[in-house]
Design a protein around this ligand. Sequence first.
Ligand code: PA5
Length: 440
Amino acid sequence: MNISFSYNNALTTEALTQYQAAVKAAQNELVQGTGLGNDFLGWLHLPTDIRSQLDDIQACANMLRSKCDIIVCIGIGGSYLGAKAVIEALSSSFAWLEGNKPAIVYAGQNISEDYLYELQSLLRDKKFGIISISKSGTTTEPALAFRLLKTQLEKQCGEAFAKECIICITDAKRGALRTLATQQGYKTFVIEDNIGGRFSVLSPVGLLPIACAGFDIYQLIDGATKMMELCGIDTPFEQNPAALYAATRNKLYADGKKIELLVNYHPKLHFMSEWWKQLYGESEGKENKGIFPASVDFTTDLHSMGQYIQEGERHLMETVISVLEPQYTLHFPHDEQNLDGLNFLAGKRIDHVNKMAELGTMIAHVDGGVPNMKIELPQINEYYLGQLIYFFEIACGISGYMLHVNPFNQPGVEAYKKNMFALLDKPGYEAESAAIKARL
Ligand code: PA5
């Protein structure tokens, strides 16, 4: 079984077929490396290319797991979201209360003083490890967190422990993190030049934290490899899930559906949506173009966003991640008194109720003018998450080329950094500092 994509509740086959040629052209650009940003296509073959590193990644994870109560993953954007998405999807919803060791926590994904203070308090008197992830090695948020936590670790657990339990994942040669790692003798893994942050989850960036959390990175890569085969250039259009997804969302976009909501019915997929939002938002949102990626967790958000989705402005499309089989089985009990009137559900699985909510919502939203795409995930496990990740990545590459943008750069991200550095009087930003302060 594999993950599958369906568009029946979004478009007719005739409407979709009009996009076949555009998809093919985009796929060719991607595979032949002739499109914009073609120096960032290393992720295309990552499922096969990364295999030779898996044992080393696993050995490093085993070492950290044996020595640390807590492992802090430092990174932001593509250097954080993929690992968090997979770890949350595979972990118990209450993992933080269950006391499993090592616990995985995150830093460098914000600059909140309270967050960092609370994290430092949590780590006090604990044996902890650090995975510091930054491709550029110069991003402010993770660099700031790294200095704080490295100092704490050295004081708390000693220089030798810190040296062993700090792992850096960064560029092979460039950047402050590489310089620091070399100088201190930390173990490192490399983010290849041709892999951008948001396409890096299947590299050590995602795989080391995932392995540290105790999940099977070999299965994850097997799943991604399978999806690579299923979405190959020779797969006919109507059988290629990524081609169909790219075509459907671009046709809907052309029809005025400017916002795509990624929907889940299992809250542990929440961060998969956060990862997806970065992947699509940063890849497509440029040159005043691009579908706005948003997400909702159902049925929770049916009681907050449901009204808007049903009856608000008609610029929405939905993509539902539908999980065929949950990990556990739970039947609803019979109650003699039936005061809540729910005996009609007695003996049924909770998942049956969830599935009927899913079906009922899909019909209501389609009736309300929100086209629905569906991605069926047989189960939430490493193998199918590997499939899902590669599916979204390759569909994103195709979709970006259909939009005629460079899906692999992110020039817009620099604007806030420039202003922040100017406001902080960073050396080298004197002119920008004067200019921005004059505006305040
Ligand atoms: O997708 C991207 O390239 C970005 O989101 C980066 O991953 C993010 O800005 C972090 O960059 P770095 O890994 O260089 O610290």
